[in-house]
Design a protein around this ligand. Structure first.
Ligand SMILES: Nc1ncnc2c1ncn2[C@@H]1O[C@H](COP(=O)(O)OP(=O)(O)OP(=O)(O)O)[C@@H](O)[C@H]1O
Ligand SMILES: [Mg+2]
Length: 250
């Protein structure tokens, strides 16, 4: 992760590294039309994007621009109206829901904008969940989850349920859950939205460590300028397309 970025082709759509062999996650000609409202809205139109192993990308853009929609499509949580998403050589459209779920569990971590923790389980159990689904032993899963919760500053909250945690604490549990299985790529939707500067910086540091130790790739949707600038590239989502333009410095 570093702070350099290209503002040279301001305004042009990003067509980054498509087809590169080191690519972890690629989407091509991705469009999404929501047709359930009073009128059909095309939120994404012909988005092309690719992220390499060990690369980190920030996606910024105004509210309603389609950032969460894009992240959901990249994570295989929703299917596009047109175009395709390929994760580690697997096209989501070729997989049934079960195989998509397995691939996601093995290779992706996801931090939702509204964390989605399981309310009836403790912080520790929420973080253990991806490892149990991934068939790790219970004691190993428990050790790894506890370690990561300690790393995000929650060693004193292992047995609290989400309703017994603050908003920022829930967000940190969700971050630990996304990272615990050491996925190839982590998709984060506003991961530091509820955090103070110091806590946000500790999350940023954790991401950097995983990035350098394990080559984890990060796609981070954020309004947090400092977090955005920490990533290798900053892309701007507007008018249904990703641009290289840096909106933070015009
Ligand atoms: N399920 C849906 N059905 C219909 N329209 C939707 C649906 N989900 C989102 N939208 C619309 O699509 C647009 C993009 O929504 P999205 O949640 O992707 O925005 P966002 O960039 O993540 O915004 P924010 O920064 O506020 O989180 C919005 O105008 C929203 O109203
Ligand atoms: Mg959103």
């Amino acid at each position: 992760m570093k702070t350099s970025q290209s503002a040279s082709d301001k305004g042009s759509q990003a067509q980054d590294n498509s087809g590169s062999s080191a690519s972890v996650l690629t989407c091509s000609h991705l469009s999404k039309v929501y047709s359930n409202g009073p009128q059909a809205i095309e939120v994404l139109s012909d988005v092309n994007f690719s992220i390499d192993k060990g690369e980190s990308v920030a996606i910024v853009g105004s509210s309603g621009a389609g950032k969460s929609t894009l992240l959901n499509l990249l994570g295989g949580l929703d299917l596009p109206s047109r175009g395709e998403v390929v994760l580690l050589g697997n096209n989501f459209a070729d997989l049934n829901e079960k195989s998509r779920g397995l691939l996601r569990n093995r290779s992706l971590g996801f931090v939702y904008q509204f964390h989605h923790l399981l309310p009836e389980f403790t912080a520790l159990e929420n973080v253990i969940m991806p490892l149990i689904i991934g068939k790790h032993s219970k004691s190993e899963a428990s050790d790894r989850a506890a370690q990561l919760l300690k790393r995000v500053g929650l060693s004193e909250r292992l047995n609290h349920k989400p309703s017994e945690l603050s908003g920022g604490e829930r967000q940190r549990v969700a971050i630990a859950r996304a990272l615990v299985a050491q996925p190839a790529c982590v998709l984060m939707d506003e991961p530091t939205g509820n955090l103070d500067r110091k806590t946000a910086e500790s999350i940023q540091k954790l991401m950097e460590e995983l990035n350098s130790e394990l080559g984890t790739s990060f796609i981070v949707v954020t309004h947090d300028e400092s977090l955005a600038l920490e990533q290798d590239r900053v892309l701007y989502l507007a008018d249904g397309q990703l641009h290289h333009q840096d909106p933070l410095h015009h």
